[in-house]
Design a protein around this ligand. Structure first.
Ligand code: FDA
Length: 542
C-alpha cells in the first residue's frame, strides 16, 4: 500500500505545524519564565504585564485599525505581549530576548501600515507594547514637553488644550496614532507648511539600547539622535520618550472643506491646485482628498475632490488670499468656520463637536483591511494624467479607495535634505497617499485589492519623483522591498535594503546604515524593513 503525493504533503504539513506548536509554546514558556525571574529580581510585580494567546485580553491588545497584516499570510502573531509600566522593566525583555534568541517588536500606537509593530514573518517573536508608558509633562513657560512614546497624538493634543488655548504641536491628523512610531518616522499634519513635521521639533530623547542602557541625547551622541528623528526608532533601540518644542497657534483658526464633483470641474480645480498648493502663504494648508462616490442627483459614479483646509488665522485674512491665489475654487465666507485649534483637531479627525475626551480613545471602532502607498510629486500632473487616476478610483467599490494630495513647501523646506533622515524637502509640490480599504478577510480578497494598488502605482510612475522614486517612511510599504533573513542570515543585505532605503531616505540611507553599524552591529533590533548594519569585516592575521 503506497501513499499518494497529496498524503505525503499533508503528513509533512501536520508534522511541521506540530513542531511549530511545540517550539512556539515552549519558547513562550521559556520567555515567560525568564521574564518573571528578571522582573522579580528588579522587585517588579508581574501582574498585568504579560499576555499570551490564552489570555482573554491578548486579542484586544493586539487589535489595530488595519486588520490586513495580522490576517493574511505570511504574517505571524506574537508569542507574548509584554506591557511594561516602567522603563527599567524593558531591560528584562531585552535580556530574555537575547538569551532565548526570540525577536522583539516594539509597538507604541500600532498604526504601522504593514503591522510591523505586532506581526512578523519571523517566528517566534514577542511584542513590547509601550501603551503604559504614556506620561506627558508640559513646560508651558519654556514651550517644551516630554512625551512618553505610548501616548497617542490625541492624548498629546488633549493635554495641550487643558494647559492653554494657544500651545500646540505640529503632527498628524489621526488621534489614535502613537508618538513612538509617528515622531521617529516623520509626522506630517495640517500645520506642516507653517511648522514643518513633528520630527523637526524633537530636542531630546530617551532610548534603551541593545545593552539595556537608557541613553539621553548627550549620552547617545548626535549620530543616533539624528537617526531617530525620521529614520524610525525600531532599527536602533526602544525609544522611551521624546522631548519636543511646542508651537504657538492663534486663539482662533479657520477651517473649510469644499467638495467638488467631476461635473463641477473637479479635474481643472485639482490641476490648478498643483500650481499654488506649495507656494501660498504657509499659514494655509489645503489638502485634497479624492474618491469615487455615487452621485446623489444622477445615481451614477462620479469623482469628488474635497479641499480640506486649515488656515492659521481669521477668515478676514484668508478670503483675500483665496481670491488672489485660488479664485477658481469659488470659496465664500460661509464655507469657512472659525474655531479653536483643538476644535480643528476634531474637525480634521472627522469627529467634530464631540467632547474633547474623545481624543483619549486609543482605538477607533472603524477597523478595516487596508493597504497604503506613497509618492512625491515634483511637477504638476497634467489633466489627462489626473483623468487616468479617476478611472482607477472608479474600478474599486465606491468610497473604498482614497487618494490624498498633501501639499509641501513652506517650513518643510527650511531644513536641508540631510539635516534629519527625512529627506523630502525643497522641490516637492505634494505627497500622495494612496489608501485602499476593504471589509472581507482572506488572502484571495486581499490579493484582488493589492493588485489594484500595484497597478495604480505602476501607472503613476510617469508623474512622480524619479531616481529615486520617493516614498514616505511613515506610510510603510513592503512592496518596495524587504530584508531577507533566510538561511540563518540575520544581518540582511545592504544592497537589498538600499532599494527601499533610498526611496524613504535618499542619500541619508548610507548614514543610517553607519549609525546602525555603530549602535547595533549584530542587528538585534530588526524587522522586514529595518536598517541593516554593514556586515562584520573578516579579521585577517598576518
Ligand atoms: P506602531 O506602534 O505600529 O509603530 C510603527 C513602527 O515604529 C514600527 O516599526 C514599530 O516597531 C516602531 N516603533 C514604535 N514605537 C517605537 C519605539 N518606542 N521605539 C522604537 N521603535 C518604535 N502619518 C502622518 O505623518 N500623518 C498623518 O496624518 C497620519 N495619519 C495616519 C492615520 C492612520 C489611520 C494610520 C494607520 C496611519 C497614519 N499615519 C500618519 C502614519 C503613522 O504616522 C505611522 O504609521 C506611524 O509609524 C505610526 O506610529 P505608531 O506608534 O502608532 O505605530
Amino acid at each position: 500500500m503506497g501513499y499518494s503525493n497529496n498524503n505525503i504533503i499533508l503528513i509533512f504539513l501536520c508534522i511541521t505545524n506540530l513542531l511549530r506548536f511545540i517550539i512556539g509554546s515552549s519558547s513562550s514558556g521559556d520567555f515567560i519564565e525568564c521574564l518573571t525571574v528578571q522582573l522579580e529580581s528588579s522587585n517588579s510585580a508581574t501582574d498585568d504585564l504579560i499576555y499570551t494567546p490564552s489570555n482573554n485580553s491578548y486579542a484586544s491588545l493586539l487589535i489595530a485599525q488595519n486588520l490586513r497584516p495580522g490576517s493574511t499570510s505570511p504574517y505571524n502573531k506574537p508569542l507574548i505581549i509584554f506591557t511594561p509600566f516602567y522603563d527599567y522593566q524593558i531591560q528584562s525583555a531585552i535580556y530574555c530576548s537575547k538569551k532565548l534568541r526570540i525577536q522583539i517588536r516594539v509597538r507604541s500606537g500600532g498604526h504601522d501600515y504593514e503591522g510591523l509593530s505586532h506581526t512578523s514573518r519571523d517566528n517566534p517573536f514577542v511584542v513590547v507594547d509601550m501603551r503604559n508608558l504614556r506620561q506627558i509633562s508640559i513646560d508651558a513657560e519654556q514651550k517644551t514637553a516630554w512625551v512618553e512614546v505610548g501616548a497617542t497624538l490625541g492624548q498629546l493634543y488633549h493635554t495641550l488644550a487643558q494647559k492653554s488655548g494657544t500651545l500646540a504641536f505640529t503632527a498628524g491628523v489621526c488621534p489614535t496614532v502613537g508618538i513612538g512610531g509617528h515622531l521617529s518616522g516623520g509626522g506630517y499634519g495640517m500645520m506642516s507648511r507653517r511648522h514643518s513635521i513633528a520630527a523637526d521639533h524633537i530636542t531630546d530623547a530617551r532610548i534603551m539600547n541593545v545593552d539595556g542602557q537608557i541613553l539621553d541625547r548627550r549620552s547617545m551622541g548626535e549620530d543616533l539622535f539624528w537617526a531617530i528623528r525620521g529614520g524610525g526608532g525600531t532599527s536602533f533601540g526602544i525609544v522611551i520618550a521624546f522631548k519636543v518644542n511646542l508651537i504657538t497657534v492663534p486663539e482662533t483658526v479657520t477651517v473649510f472643506n469644499v467638495t467638488k464633483t467631476y461635473e463641477q470641474n473637479a479635474t481643472q480645480l485639482v490641476h490648478r491646485w498643483q500650481y499654488i498648493a506649495d507656494k501660498v502663504d504657509e499659514n494655509l494648508l489645503m489638502r485634497v482628498f479624492l474618491r469615487s462616490v455615487r452621485s446623489l442627483t444622477t445615481g451614477k459614479r462620479t469623482v469628488i475632490a474635497s479641499f480640506t483646509t486649515l488656515y492659521l488665522g481669521g477668515v478676514e485674512d484668508l478670503m483675500p488670499i483665496m481670491k488672489v491665489k485660488f479664485p477658481e475654487l469659488g470659496l465664500v465666507e460661509k464655507d469657512c468656520t472659525k474655531m479653536s485649534w483643538i476644535q480643528s483637531v476634531l474637525f480634521f479627525a472627522y469627529i467634530p463637536n464631540q467632547p474633547l475626551n474623545v481624543l483619549l480613545n486609543r482605538t477607533t471602532p472603524f477597523t478595516v483591511y487596508f493597504k497604503g502607498k506613497s509618492d512625491y510629486v515634483t511637477e504638476p500632473i497634467p489633466v489627462d494624467g489626473l483623468i487616468g487616476i479617476w478611472r482607477f478610483l472608479h474600478e474599486e467599490d465606491e468610497n473604498m479607495a482614497e487618494i490624498q494630495f498633501s501639499p509641501y513647501g513652506g517650513a518643510i523646506n527650511s531644513f536641508s535634505e540631510s539635516e534629519t533622515p527625512f529627506p523630502h524637502r525643497t522641490g516637492n509640490i505634494f505627497m500622495i497617499d494612496y489608501g485602499l480599504s476593504w471589509d472581507s478577510p482572506g488572502n484571495e480578497e486581499a490579493e484582488k485589492h493589492l493588485n489594484w494598488m500595484r497597478r495604480i502605482y505602476g501607472y503613476m510612475a510617469a508623474y512622480v519623483s524619479k531616481s529615486p522614486r520617493g516614498a514616505y517612511f511613515n506610510y510603510r510599504d513592503l512592496d518596495l522591498g524587504v530584508n531577507n533573513y533566510s538561511s540563518g542570515n540575520i544581518i540582511g543585505s545592504y544592497d537589498e535594503a538600499k532599494v527601499w532605503g533610498m526611496k524613504y531616505f535618499k542619500n541619508n540611507f548610507e548614514r543610517l546604515v553607519r549609525v546602525k553599524t555603530k549602535v547595533d552591529p549584530s542587528n538585534f533590533f530588526r524587522n522586514e524593513q529595518s536598517i541593516p548594519p554593514f556586515p562584520l569585516q573578516p579579521m585577517y592575521s598576518s
